[in-house]
Design a protein around this ligand. Sequence first.
Ligand code: UFG
Length: 318
Amino acid sequence: MKVLVTGGAGYIGSVVATRLLEAGHEVTVIDDLSTGHRDAVPDDAQFVLDKVQQVSSTLGRRAFDGVVHLAASSLVAESITDPQKYETNNVAGTRHLLEALRTTGISRIVFSSSAAVYGEPSWVPIEEDAPTVPLNPYGASKLAVDQMLDEEASRHGIAAVSLRYFNVAGSYASLGERHDPETHLIPLTLRAALDGRPVDIFGGDYPTPDGTCIRDYIHVADIADAHLLALGAASPGTWRVYNLGNGEGFSVRQVIAAARRVTGLQLTERVTARRAGDPAVLVASSERARRDLDWAPRRPELDEMVDDAWNFVQRRQR
Ligand code: UFG
């Protein structure tokens, strides 16, 4: 297939582009490099430096069989202070992309949605039909696009899949997390280990066994593979949604313990205030993805994810 990957210079997008190329697809990446990195785009991919809002000209010039749409603003805290940015980049940007797909006759899309659409779940593991009550404009923007895709599929016959990622971790083929600012637990913990600083634990009084938040960590290569399967399985006139996680939760303290095992470094902790809008426990049920997409995570061990992230951090130190 000829595939357009929006946001393919980002952490997850670059791994998706790499895995698509490895599977024999032709890949074009469109990215405005507002948060992505040019050197993360695989050499064998075509690269277009542009915003999703300008995607029409890219689509007009080339024929694509499908689009994997990852380009988005994705900082939860920023979405609270600047919700308009999330409306513009995530919601309006996707609306424009869908119009451009309609005009050019591209009828297959896989979208990077998020566990953030569920907000504070009433129970775990979270299935796809759980109530969607996002706690912040970032989650709301992902939900708005999910709903847009549902409508686009029923009205215009597009084949659409939303993949709701839980906590993506690890690295693949020298591609890893390089966010600025970095907000995610694993890279921040590894950075603290390197710098000999304590890791901040955002809240030690959650209703969990050790008082810290529990998340479902999933390897970035396993996430990427789900995109390939979803592209193949997408069916005209249908919108499908899949949660992607390992179905097992780890607390912040368990992640820090894994970082100690992996790095062999002393790592001290400091409990600070809760971060606003953090649900206590997020664990996915990915039964639907396993059943419909034949997806099975191949790197489910937390230590392997932390080890891969650590290799990436060390490589960039050199
Ligand atoms: N945490 C800390 N200290 C840190 C960083 C994080 O204790 O320095 C905690 C957070 O409070 C949270 C857990 O570690 O409990 C994981 O935090 P991350 O920021 O790594 O990930 P989130 O669960 O907040 O975010 C993920 C995705 C987001 C998505 C969100 C939905 O990365 O894109 O889930 O809840 F929006």
